[in-house]
Design a protein around this ligand. Structure first.
Ligand code: GTP
Length: 598
């Protein structure tokens, strides 16, 4: 296909504004997917994603469309993930497009995630086509929402398309506008090959399947390729298009989107953002924007049953074949035994991995509270990056500690501004900006320590705004703060997995709340269990769990055997999520206690 008849675009939308429904509708109207094979939400095909209604992995679909000008066009839809954790992947998928549909729910309005992705799209010089979706809803206010888009983003909305993905309204107009407004890719088929990887996944038969956009030149089966960031070379076994299922072709040219397989063993060898070129032309300049996806949030994962340690290692190995951003290394904890310290892009990424490990690999895990990566400057002037609070060098070995900060942007109805400011202030936030938008909606910008955001900031924001506020954040760098290590002792022994790095001014309150919370969460034992919080050698809070008086079974008067069994089963089930720390059984919730304090 000549470049002049190709259009590459993506859809930018806040969660639930109708991206998947619209994508399905476009596939259907162009005849790419037959009505009868139409599975709902064709593009989101991972179970977990479907259950959570979020798109994690980006994918692509190629559609043939005969426009009103009588010409046949190839429209490549490149799917982008919607969540902040995956913003690097969003950026890479945008770099593979020339245009974007900006889908906004006409009964809601612009949200923080829409905004962040629009700014990324503008940075990549994409042509943005505003689409006001869900106009079938009685509460739809397209003109108010159009005004909001003009005000916040500064995008002309006089030509905004009124659509209902659900009812099939405005779909033809969207397709025509894509052909008209989105610029065709540059015709650079005679240049040397450069292709951008915007997604990849591991297939157990063919190895890694790479999704790419050819930026310059052409690529064919049997070509020897060189991946510029990973420095690896492969020979292409298979090349094809996504129509929307994989269909082999002989060659792909500048402007086209497709997939390839080349016996690549792990996604880490063909990472998102990397440039593919030919082995014979390695000296070419790589496409801009490649970055390693660095984990920002860490936690410990320990099998409840020590025998599952090797299974956990195997499971993590397998998952990381498919997830280049997942990091892990063995960790030994005096309290928890052998496990792994794992690093994630963000909280959602962490939850997804945990869920997969438990669901797909049948592992029972104890997971410790999330921590960020601290930068410690030692007395000798070395810089250490500490992702595990229990490894923090002692006060007489360090000059100071720095912690990562993020810029958080919230969009909220005006009436919740007060409570969200209070939340941000409580979390050591620095107020930056507040702007009134249309109809009582407000943007609020704060700089916050990432550590305060990765606990329950998102949940708190949602509950304080009754679900109406949305947020987005990005890393802005490290800052020095008076931070200290808070240790927790159970039955006299420090529990390394409960250690935290906290701000000095918050340490006392936090220590006290932690001790109280642990008292509530840890079950009674046959003996009294003291719980203490300390900074260095100074105990700042102290509680104890009284000993059990009677055997639980005594309640059953020896008579009713089935009742007794039930009680034992109930106990056994409760035990499943316990880890013995010394002689004390500590439940999973206790390790996450810091997330449940307010
Ligand atoms: P994520 O995959 O979570 O990012 O959401 P999404 O943006 O893909 O939204 P999705 O297509 O899943 O739609 C969210 C909800 O809105 C679903 O219940 C859809 O049925 C509904 N929906 C989508 N488009 C329309 C529309 O035009 N009108 C109405 N009434 N409902 C719609």
């Amino acid at each position: 296909v000549p470049a002049a008849r190709i259009r590459n675009f993506c859809i930018i939308a806040h969660i639930d504004h109708g991206k998947s429904t619209l994508a399905d509708r476009l596939l259907q109207v162009t005849g790419t997917v037959e009505q009868r094979q139409m599975k709902e939400q064709f593009l989101d095909n991972m179970d977990l994603e479907r259950e959570r209604g979020i798109t994690i992995k980006l994918q692509a679909a190629r559609m043939n469309y005969k426009a009103k000008d009588g010409q046949e066009y190839v429209l490549n839809l490149i799917d982008t993930p919607g969540h902040v954790d995956f913003s690097y992947e969003v950026s890479r998928s945008l770099a593979a497009c020339e245009g974007a549909l900006l889908v906004v729910d006409a009964s809601q309005g612009v949200e923080a995630q829409t905004l962040a992705n629009v700014y990324l799209a503008l940075e990549h010089d994409l042509e943005i086509i505003p689409v006001l979706n869900k106009i079938d809803l009685p509460g739809a206010e397209p003109s108010r929402v159009a005004g909001e888009i003009e005000e916040i983003i500064g995008l002309d909305c006089s030509g905004a398309i009124l659509a209902s993905a659900k009812e099939g309204i405005g779909i033809d107009e969207i397709l025509e506008t894509i052909v008209e407004k989105v610029p065709p890719p540059k015709d650079t088929v005679n240049d040397k090959l450069r292709a951008l990887i915007f997604d990849s996944y591991y297939d157990s038969y063919r190895g890694v399947i790479v999704y790419f956009r050819v930026m310059d030149g052409k690529l064919k089966k049997k070509d020897k390729i060189y991946l510029m960031a990973s420095g690896k070379e492969f020979e292409i076994d298979e090349i094809g298009i996504l129509a929307p299922t994989q269909k082999q072709v002989d060659e792909l040219h500048a402007g086209e989107v497709g997939y390839l397989s080349a016996s690549i063993r792990a996604v880490g060898d063909a990472r998102v953002g990397d440039t593919i070129t030919l082995s014979s032309a390695k000296s070419i300049e790589a496409l801009p924007g490649y970055a390693e996806a660095n984990p920002m949030v860490f936690c410990g994962m320990f099998p409840i049953d020590a025998d599952q340690f090797e299974d956990l290692r195997e499971a993590l190995d397998k998952l990381s074949l498919n997830d280049a951003a997942l990091h892990f290394e063995p960790e030994t904890s005096s309290a928890m035994g052998f496990g792994f310290r794992c690093g994630f892009l963000g909280l959602l990424h962490m939850e997804i991995v945990q869920e997969r490990l438990e669901r797909e690999y049948n592992l029972d895990l104890i997971i410790t509270a999330p921590s960020v990566v601290y930068k410690v400057i030692t007395l000798k002037g070395e810089e250490l990056y500490i992702d595990n609070p229990s490894r923090l060098p002692s006060p007489n070995e360090r000059q100071h500690i720095e912690e990562p900060y993020v810029k958080v942007e919230m969009i909220t109805p005006e009436i919740y501004v007060g409570t969200l400011m209070e939340l941000s202030q409580n979390r050591r936030g620095i107020f930056k900006d507040m702007k009134y938008l249309t109809q009582g909606r407000t943007t609020l910008t704060y700089e916050l320590p990432l550590a305060e955001v990765v606990t329950d900031f998102f949940d708190q924001m949602k509950s304080r705004s009754r679900g109406y506020a949305s947020m987005e954040y990005h890393l802005i760098g490290y800052r020095e703060n008076p931070l200290v290590k808070l240790d927790i002792m159970i039955n006299g022994d420090p529990v390394d997995s409960l250690a935290m790095i906290v701000h000095r001014d918050k340490a006392y309150n936090l220590g006290r709340s932690m001790a109280e919370k642990l008292k509530e969460l840890i079950p009674r034992h046959q003996f009294k269990v003291p719980i203490q919080a300390s900074i260095g050698s100074k105990v700042i809070a102290s509680e104890h769990i009284p000993a059990l008086r009677k055997d639980v079974l005594a309640k059953c008067y020896g008579g009713d055997i089935s009742r007794k069994k039930k009680l034992l089963q109930k106990q056994a089930k409760g035990k499943k999520r316990m880890k013995s720390v010394g002689t004390v059984d500590v439940p999973q919730e206790a390790f996450m206690a810091v997330l449940r304090l307010d």
